[in-house]
Design a protein around this ligand. Structure first.
Ligand SMILES: Nc1ncnc2c1ncn2[C@@H]1O[C@H](COP(=O)(O)OP(=O)(O)OP(=O)(O)O)[C@@H](O)[C@H]1O
Ligand SMILES: [Mg+2]
Length: 258
C-alpha cells in the first residue's frame, strides 16, 4: 500500500467508529402555499473525524437544506441529527451556542459577512466572541488572510471586495476558528478555477493534517478528486457515488495569488 492509501485506511478505520456528526433517516419538508416540498428525503450520512466529504448536486437538489441540518441551524421534519452521539434536537440554547462557537464552522452560500466591519474584523470577531486572547486572534487572523491570499485587502469592507474575495474572507473566518467540523455551502461558487482548486486543497490539508472534518457542497465536478467521499444529491436524496481511492492525500496547498 502506498503511504497515501495507508493514511486513508488509517483514517477510515479510526473514523468509521467515531463519527462526529450523524444524520439518521433525515427528512425535511416545507409546506408552501398548500404544496409540500420534499427538500431532503430519508438521508443517512456519517461525517467521520478528519474526513472530507463533498455533496454534489444540481440547483434545488437539497444541498443547503441538508447542510443546515448538519449544522443544527434547521431541524428535520423527521429523523435525527447527532453531534458526537447526542441528538441536536435536545440541545439547550447554551449547548447550541457552544457548538457554533467552538465546534462547527459554517461557510454560508451567501457569505454572511458583516458589512460595517473590515475583512480583518470579520475574520477576528468570532474569535473575540469565543474568548480567544488578543495576540492569538491577531496571529490567526493574519495567518488565514495570508492563506486565502487577501492580506492586502485586510482593511477593505465587504462592499470594497469582489464576490470571490468576500467568499475567501468567509472561508478564512471559518478556518481561523479551528473548529472540529467545517460545513461549507458552495464555498467556491464565486471563485475562478485556480482559486477554487486551492480552497479545496486547503480543505484537503486541514482534514489530513489537522483531523478536521469538512463537508462542502459544489456544482463543480473538477474539484471532487480531493475529497474522501463524494455524495450525489438528487431530489433530496443522497447516493455515495465515489470513495476517493485516487485522492491525492499529499496535495499541497498553494496560497492563491502566490
Ligand atoms: N424555506 C423554504 N420553503 C419552501 N421550500 C424551500 C425552502 N428552502 C428551500 N426550499 C426548496 O427545497 C429544495 C431544496 O433547496 P436547497 O436550497 O436545499 O437546494 P440546493 O441544492 O442548495 O440548491 P442551490 O444549488 O441552488 O443552492 C428546493 O426545491 C427549494 O425550492
Ligand atoms: Mg444551496
Amino acid at each position: 500500500m502506498s503511504q497515501a492509501t495507508d493514511q486513508l485506511a488509517e483514517r477510515d478505520s479510526r473514523g468509521a467508529t467515531d463519527p462526529i456528526i450523524q444524520a439518521i433517516d433525515v427528512t425535511r419538508e416545507y409546506q408552501l402555499s398548500g404544496e409540500m416540498v420534499h427538500a431532503v428525503q430519508s438521508v443517512t450520512l456519517d461525517v467521520n473525524r478528519g474526513e472530507f466529504i463533498t455533496l454534489v448536486g444540481r440547483s434545488g437538489s437539497g444541498k443547503t437544506t441538508l447542510l443546515n441540518m448538519l449544522a443544527g441551524l434547521d431541524h428535520p421534519t423527521s429523523g435525527r441529527v447527532l453531534f458526537e452521539g447526542d441528538d441536536m434536537a435536545n440541545f439547550s440554547e447554551k449547548q447550541f451556542i457552544g457548538l457554533r462557537r467552538h465546534r462547527i464552522g459554517v461557510v454560508f452560500q451567501s457569505f454572511a459577512l458583516l458589512p460595517l466591519l473590515s475583512a480583518y474584523e470579520n475574520v477576528e470577531l468570532p474569535m473575540r466572541i469565543a474568548g480567544i486572547g488578543a495576540s492569538e486572534r491577531s496571529k490567526r487572523t493574519n495567518e488565514v488572510l495570508d492563506i486565502v491570499g487577501l492580506s492586502r485587502r485586510a482593511k477593505h469592507r465587504p462592499y470594497e471586495l469582489s464576490g470571490g474575495e468576500q467568499q475567501r474572507i468567509s472561508i478564512a473566518r471559518a478556518v481561523a476558528m479551528r473548529p472540529n467540523v467545517i460545513l461549507a455551502d458552495e464555498p467556491t461558487g464565486e471563485l475562478d478555477s485556480v482559486n477554487a482548486a486551492e480552497i479545496f486543497g486547503l480543505f484537503r490539508q486541514m482534514a489530513s493534517d489537522e483531523d478536521m472534518s469538512i463537508v462542502a457542497t459544489t456544482h463543480d465536478r473538477t474539484l471532487l478528486d480531493l475529497a474522501d467521499k463524494i455524495y450525489t444529491v438528487h431530489n433530496g436524496q443522497i447516493e455515495l457515488s465515489e470513495v476517493g481511492e485516487n485522492i491525492d492525500a499529499h496535495a499541497q496547498f498553494r496560497r492563491p495569488d502566490a
